[in-house]
Design a protein around this ligand. Structure first.
Ligand code: ARG
Length: 468
């Protein structure tokens, strides 16, 4: 409850002056945000400390009061961090809770904190501070998963496995090459988040409610104190812009899609049908009914939770669509999707890092799967191409060779000279050497391909990026 209430009828709200009657309890419950924005408290307080210090330095409020305010806010911050601060839903949001607590603690000087400031620039500042920090945590979690992928890739440089298109065996690759594809995706995710961080790291405070302030504030000083790289250039944009939230949710949704795809791979690989990896007990769960089951639930949930984050992005976009300038209360709805997107991504990255690190590859099963499916038919065609046969004709010839081999139930290497001649007189028995799996992989030396040298280059590049 607010500290000083002059009359029983006066509204306890900090904005109560204009009001004679009380708020309907349904409205109070409906409009409160403190049940979820309480997590902004540390950031709200840090923003307020910087603001108060600036107000004092610029003599907009008495220096002694600024000192009192900062001291009071620091004490409240300690309470929040210790989990001892009690949030009151009647005080609507985190900002009014903190301000009320300050005035309770230090008296009327607390009433000077909100000089030259509005909750509109205040909430945007707190949200940006929170998100900036959160992106840092997510970047660390991304690096953790990339390190786990790298470690598995380093072991699997020579493990030949089928590469798929249409989930049909297509051409042989290696386990390392397959995993490193995910390293590339996650590297782009990290780049995207870094870019988003740059645009998050801009100070809205000083925009006031929407139209700046007549007080001689120093926004650059506040930006410096809070570590912002710049200040918002238009006060109306500053309080109504949520691009930074949308951009973050977009980057988070895309990262979740990558985790979802990786999760799907693990689900397939851990199945009896593939058997390419085994999940240790710590990353599998059982069935309450079927005693034999070992389910890849963490991977499935990473896949499943991607849907929520896509939903968070859509919620934010839809929220902003059609809002006139400047602040509208709708925007209070930005927080839950944003918190959910960040929390879900961070948790998914953590669990997938653990799972990738702990999964036990089974190269013998990969090799077995790679043997079937005539995956080196392209190599047979390429052998003819190297002698000048146009690729389309070579493709036909190799296709006939596959048909023959398949009808005889043998691999390409099991074809006789006579069979080859029948498929195409230009085919030679020596061409079959190109169809050995290891040779096929080794021959794909194109930059970014699966050959040993190319994979080692990829590993080195990723290792360097993770160090830098
Ligand atoms: N709780 C509000 C939000 O999250 C803070 C800003 C409220 N501003 C206002 N003019 N009612 O958006």
């Amino acid at each position: 409850m607010a500290a000083r209430r002059s009359a029983k009828t006066k509204s306890p709200k900090p904005w109560g002056g204009r009001f004679a009657g009380r708020t309907d309890p349904r409205v109070e419950a409906f409009t409160q945000s403190v049940s979820f924005d309480h997590r902004l408290a540390p950031w709200d307080i840090r923003g307020s400390i910087a603001h108060a210090e600036m107000l004092g330095a610029r003599r907009i409020i008495p220096r002694a009061d600024a000192v009192k305010i900062v001291r009071g806010l620091r004490a409240i911050l300690r309470e929040v961090e210790a989990g001892k601060f009690r949030f009151d839903p009647a005080l609507e949001d985190v900002h009014m809770n903190v301000e009320a607590a300050l005035t309770r603690r230090i008296g009327p000087a607390g009433g000077r904190l909100h000089t030259a400031r509005s909750r509109n620039d205040q909430v945007a500042t707190a949200l940006r501070l929170w998100l900036r920090e959160e992106i840092g945590h997510i970047q660390a979690a991304l690096r953790g998963l990339r390190r786990a992928l790298l470690a598995q890739a380093e072991r699997g440089v020579d493990w030949v496995m089928p590469g798929y298109t249409h989930l049909q065996r297509a051409q042989p690759v290696t386990f390392a090459h397959h995993l490193l594809a995910y390293s590339q995706m996650l590297h782009r995710d990290a780049e995207r988040l870094e870019e988003v961080r740059g645009r998050v790291n801009v100070l809205p405070l000083g925009a006031g409610a929407l139209a700046g302030t007549a007080h001689p504030i120093d926004r650059r000083m506040v930006a410096r104190k809070l570590g912002f790289a710049g200040i918002a250039g238009n006060s109306m944009d500053a309080v109504s812009d949520r691009d930074f939230a949308v951009e973050f949710a977009s980057a988070a949704a895309l990262a979740m899609i990558h985790l979802s795809r990786l999760g799907e791979e693990v689900v397939l690989w851990a199945s009896a049908e593939f058997g390419f990896v085994e999940l240790p007990d710590a990353f599998a769960t059982g069935s309450s009914l079927m005693p034999q089951k070992r389910n890849p639930d963490p991977a499935e949930l990473a896949r499943g939770k991607s849907g929520r984050v896509v939903g968070d992005l859509v919620a934010l976009l839809t929220l902003m669509k059609g809002l006139p300038l400047t602040y509208n209360r709708d925007m209070q709805e930005d927080k839950e999707p944003l918190f959910d997107a960040a929390g879900t991504l961070r948790a998914s990255l953590g669990v997938m890092a653990g799972l990738i690190e702990a999964m036990r590859p089974r190269p013998e099963r990969m090799a077995e799967a790679a043997e079937g499916g005539y995956m080196t038919a392209t190599d047979l065609a390429d052998a003819m191409v190297r002698r000048g046969v146009p690729f389309r004709e070579a493709h036909e010839a190799a296709g006939r060779a596959v048909r023959l081999a398949s009808s005889k139930g043998v691999p390409l290497s099991g074809l006789r000279a006579a069979d080859l001649k029948k498929a195409d007189p230009r085919l030679r028995p020596a061409d079959l050497k190109a169809t050995a799996l290891a040779r096929s992989v080794a021959s794909r030396r194109s930059e970014g391909g699966p050959s040993r040298a190319s994979v080692l280059r990829q590993i080195q590049a990723e290792r360097k990026r993770l160090r830098g």
